[in-house]
Design a protein around this ligand. Sequence first.
Ligand code: NAI
Length: 758
Amino acid sequence: MAFKKADAPTPAEQSSADESPRDPGSPAPGTTVASAHAAACGTVDIRPDGIAIVTLDQPDAKVNTLSRMTMEWFDKVINDLAAMPGLNGAIIASAKQGNFIAGANIEEMRAVQDREELVAMTHGANRILDKLEALPAPVVAAIHGSCLGGGLELAMACHFRIATDDRATKLGFPEVQLGLFPAAGGTYRAPRLAGIERALELILTGKQVDANKARRMGLVHEVVHPADLLKVSLEYALRNPPQKKKGGWLGKLPALGSVLPSFAEVKESVLEKGPVRTYILKQARESVRKSTGEHYPAPYVAIDMVEKGLAVSREDSFAAVEQTFADLAFTDVAQNLMSLFFLRQGALKTKGGIKRELKAREIPRIGVLGAGLMGAGIAQACAYSGIQVRLKDVDMKAVGRGLAYCRARFDEMVKRQRLTPVQRDLYMGNISGTADYAGFSLNKLVVEAVFEDLDLKRRVLQEVESALPEDAIFASNTSSLPIADIAKGAKRPENVIGMHFFSPVHKMPLVEIIRAPLTSDQAVVDTLALTLAMGKVPIVVRDCAGFFTTRVLGPYMNEAAYLIQEGGDITDIDRALAEFGFPVGPITLMDEVGIDVGAKVCEILWKAYGDRMKPPASLERIVQDGRKGRKNGRGFFRYDGDRKGTADETVYDLLPGGRNRRSIPIEEIQDRCWLAMLNECARSLDENIVSDPETVDVGVIFGFGFPPFRGGILRYADRVGARTVVARLRELEDRFGKRFKPADCLLEMEATGRGFFK
Ligand code: NAI
């Protein structure tokens, strides 16, 4: 580590240098401390008042991560600051746009093959953060942008945290989503700052909170406008004179007593003791069990580590964390979830197979046709992303219902304190309603979400084409109709594309972009850009009935319907697939989607693909009985208002076998359903509807919740092995017919021993 003379100070720095009293021991004003280490990951400027500004700026990266290189550099910086006479305080900031520190470097972590190496890595990070915390002068984390995982743990090792009220500023522990838990002090420090319950809320859900929520939780001391971040951070850094450190972390508390006034209070009031603590931890375990069952070990381990952090010595607790973290990281679940992270990153970078460099056009406003469930959902999601929306339906009454739906979504956000009422009103102001095409001449893109009816969609397309600019894109949200069929008769078929959202739009991350044979590259690029601007995850697929997602969901849902027709019990079938790891069982899903809608889609798929997609005859009887699912309170389940009740046994009266149900083994239910889906995924690859296995896995996980801990349907198939998969499909084909005939690529894999990813 070397000291080097900084560039000449700016006039502002010079004037503040002239005013501030100089500690005789402090370094010269305007001195920059820079690492002699070649790979500097930021700068360290020493101000005339003895405050060091450490600005993280990882080279060649959009965001800062706690990579080996960053930590090595940071370690040297802290050593230098610790040894620096006259250090009055330090501010840790970031030079990255919209990012403080995004967390650990997952790529590096995943590359570690040796358990002991991972233990050493975690131990090293903990030692560095301990040194940061033990610096003899106040250290302030100046947080602007994402402050996640290891980034938040670093911030928590600082004595103060000041965060901006910018939308980009988010704090949280996403580790559980990777099958891990925060192992760099998170399970130890978070409960001490926020209380056990709130710390667990962050650690177990992976949810990210804004600065205001973080302040209410006790994680952040002050929330400021970005323009005031440095000023306020400096005030905090200057708040206390340097103190002499007294031993370890707890030992130095008296020395920094005034720096950490809240800690003493926290110790007294928030670290719930005895039975209260036991109760909170028990509740946490129960709530994890309820929401994810036993599939994800990380949340349980995280609770154990929080408990340990409160029960044993600090050293023992950190040692346990480091060992347990390494054990967890090498489990299949964590490895699958880390792969999923990279799959998602890959999807966010997709160019949809377009080779040439083509720039997306700015789409500041869009039109939405149809203000029903999907149209209103799309309008709300766009408005929330700052895009102006013109929402059209057949009359103002329908438009009003759509606007009310949007407003209700924003109201929920206000209720959850994710928005202020003023922000809600501003976002609502992005949506205007109309019963004609007034204002559409300004739109470069229109999303169509009228009824699933080919003639209607064609008519609407022809109408809107004359109201739109020549180069405007028509993106249909159809869930099953081929885009080429909708584009028939269009004046500009090259501008017609599929943009398939999932319900409910504000919750579901996937958007399936469907490219028809005549769709232009520009339409694909623009639709991709809009998807990303909405914060969604895109996959680009080729055109066919049902595209990719509906096409592979069809056989899965059909199989569940066959199981009921054969005498299976609704609850058993749902439970089997929920135990497999789906968020809800297929019968619940049918009720949610709408049995009438599902049946209509099944018909379209049957027509397009023949008998392998033929739905069971009894499905039609159920539709004819007026059962639409949740929306009319009559489906496979009973409904009491919004509350879903138990299975409605009267539905069995419409089926062969009546109420006399038989028990089907859970493995048979699971295999029939997931293998039906897998077989269709494999066919979609054979037919080049999807270009690669990654797209399949992103589609099934983000589109309808294929269990993430299995890493995706194809990754899971690889684990099971092509030979076993094909053998099981053949067995099912013998019993249930051609719909289980293995797809070509599965047969090839069986013969060659290859897999989708290997
Ligand atoms: P919905 O029935 O809730 O809404 C359709 C809306 O279109 C109605 O408000 C209707 O008045 C309006 N409409 C009819 N003719 C119109 C016209 N000429 N101009 C403007 N508006 C018109 O239907 P939903 O569920 O929103 O579905 C819309 C589309 O989205 C369908 O193509 C459907 O297949 C697709 N989709 C539906 C999903 C779902 O879960 N409901 C999921 C993904 C796609």
